[in-house]
Design a protein around this ligand. Structure first.
Ligand SMILES: O=C(O)c1ccccc1NCC(=O)[C@H](O)[C@H](O)COP(=O)(O)O
Length: 211
């Protein structure tokens, strides 16, 4: 069954809805420019609601060791690196923390996919996202899809995930075409940036699991 990561959760209602909808992964953003950014205290309160079987993923952008240690102390168990982290940095974070580390990579061309696969070498999972537009202030969570046909003939690592512009209306097509191990959504379950919709969370899960 395709797993779901609901990303950018910031309220008890949205966390509860995501758990109730069968999410495998809950994403918490620690990046101050983001409308989804969480303080450590707020994150700890949300994470306390999450059952052990559901992974708690920190979305981080070029975070230092101190920040990584702080989010782990708040209850995070998985690290999604969404910045310019090198393979050496990924390997070092993985070795130092002993936690699963995901590499998120922006895609606009086939060369980006090839580079993402190479750069994700030491990571536990590769998450392909749309490359952020030049004018964007965030490296992810922009609600834009990349051209999925760029993946034709590409050999992706097992367990890879798809994100970028997914919603209840298009995720069925994405699954039928690409068969990722998991899908990751943020904007597509929001009423406005940073404001999650319980009904959109449920509709997305139905579109994934109802197939
Ligand atoms: O969501 C953010 O605000 C964010 C900020 C900085 C780095 C990454 C961010 N989001 C990463 C995600 O995991 C999103 O779920 C992914 O990019 C898909 O986003 P969307 O296209 O909005 O569904």
């Amino acid at each position: 069954m395709t797993r779901i990561k609901f990303c950018g959760l910031s309220t008890p209602d949205s966390v509860d809805a995501a758990i109730g909808a069968g999410a495998a992964y809950l994403g918490f953003v620690f990046f101050p420019p983001s409308p989804r950014h969480l303080t450590l205290d707020r994150a700890a309160g949300l994470i306390a609601r999450v059952p052990p079987a559901t992974a708690r993923v920190a979305v981080l952008v070029d975070a230092d060791d101190e920040t990584i240690d702080a989010v782990l102390a708040a209850g995070i168990d998985t690290l999604q690196l969404h910045g310019r982290e090198t393979p050496d940095r990924i390997a070092a974070v993985r070795a130092r923390t002993g936690r699963p580390v995901w590499r998120a990579a922006g895609v606009a061309t086939r060369a980006d996919i090839t580079a993402a696969i190479a750069a994700a070498g030491p990571a536990d999972r590769l998450l392909l996202d749309a490359k952020a537009p030049r004018e964007a202030t965030l490296p992810g969570g922009n609600g834009q899809a990349f051209d999925w046909r760029l993946l034709d003939g590409m050999h992706l690592p097992p367990g890879w995930g798809l994100s970028g512009g997914l919603d209840a209306g298009n995720v069925g097509d994405a699954l039928a075409l690409l068969r990722p191990a998991f899908v990751d959504v943020s904007s597509g379950i929001e009423d406005q940036p940073g404001v999650k919709s319980v009904s959109k969370i449920r509709a997305f899960a139905a579109a994934v699991h109802g197939r």
